[in-house]
Design a protein. Structure first.
Length: 260
């Protein structure tokens, strides 16, 4: 089987491609959606009602309410999506949030369950719903899950969050083998990025004051905290034909912290 040709001057999907983005109202999501629209891609954004109200997607972008942790909400949202778009070229899941800045010995069970649901369960349910639409393309589709460097480099009081993100990475590896060559499945693992996640997540309650960018930057070889736009290029690459032989991988974008 020969690989499809690609335009070396184009990073992301081809103009006219249809891409659905879960979490498209967050900091990374808004930057990604803007880039996709600017390059002629049709975009559907699926997000929490509070997130859609806080950051309405640009004109021409289809907005759908979803709670990715609830099977009934995912089924309903993807049912509406599939009725208009029975075939997807790409799917990106940026959903994720943090809660419970505590050691495991002190972490309430309900907080652990909530973080697993808002991260790992959400990626499972949404991928399960998106895959039939991606497979309907007949080859060349791409699914990208956004995980975290904490899947591999877990710091104190983030063990439950790291466990959820490590689960996403494992999910990606399994789905990559299950769905190739029809669909490539990869992950992006960002380092700490300057988004609403630093205080809990877009559309969610603020749970702490956040992290000092100046203090964190001292740990980063690039000497700054990542901005949402820093994650757009890697996601576009994983969505596009230029990464046509990349499958089951986790691309780390953290300014060099994890390699130290």
């Amino acid at each position: 089987m020969s690989r499809a040709a690609f335009d070396p001057a184009r990073l992301g999907p081809a103009p006219g491609a249809r891409v659905a983005v879960v979490g498209g109202c967050g900091g990374m999501g808004r930057a990604l959606v803007q880039a996709l629209v600017q390059t002629g891609v049709e975009v559907a954004v699926l997000d929490l009602p509070a997130s859609l109200a806080q950051h309405r997607p640009p004109e021409g972008v289809w907005a759908l309410e979803i709670d990715g942790s609830r099977a009934d909400s995912v089924e309903r949202a993807f049912g509406v999506l599939a009725a208009r778009w029975p075939v997807l070229d790409g799917f990106v899941n940026l959903a994720g949030f943090f809660k419970g800045f505590e050691a495991i010995k002190d972490l309430p069970v309900e907080v652990f369950d909530e973080v697993i649901a808002g991260n790992l369960r959400t990626h499972y349910l949404c991928a399960k719903a998106a895959l039939p639409l991606l497979r309907a393309r007949g080859g060349g589709a791409s699914l990208v899950c956004v995980a975290s460097t904490m899947a591999s480099d877990v710091v104190k009081r983030y063990a439950h969050y790291g466990a959820a993100k490590a689960g996403i990475v494992a999910l990606v590896k399994g789905m990559a083998r299950e769905n190739a060559p029809a669909v490539r499945v990869n992950a992006l693992a960002p380092g700490l990025t300057d988004t609403a996640f630093l205080v809990g997540g877009t559309g969610r309650e603020q749970i702490f004051e956040g992290i000092s960018e100046e203090v964190y930057a001292k740990r980063v070889p690039m000497k700054r905290m990542a901005q949402p736009i820093d994650m757009v290029g890697p996601i576009l690459f994983l969505l596009g034909a230029a990464s046509g032989f990349v499958n089951g991988e986790t691309l780390i974008a953290d300014g060099g912290v994890y390699v130290q």
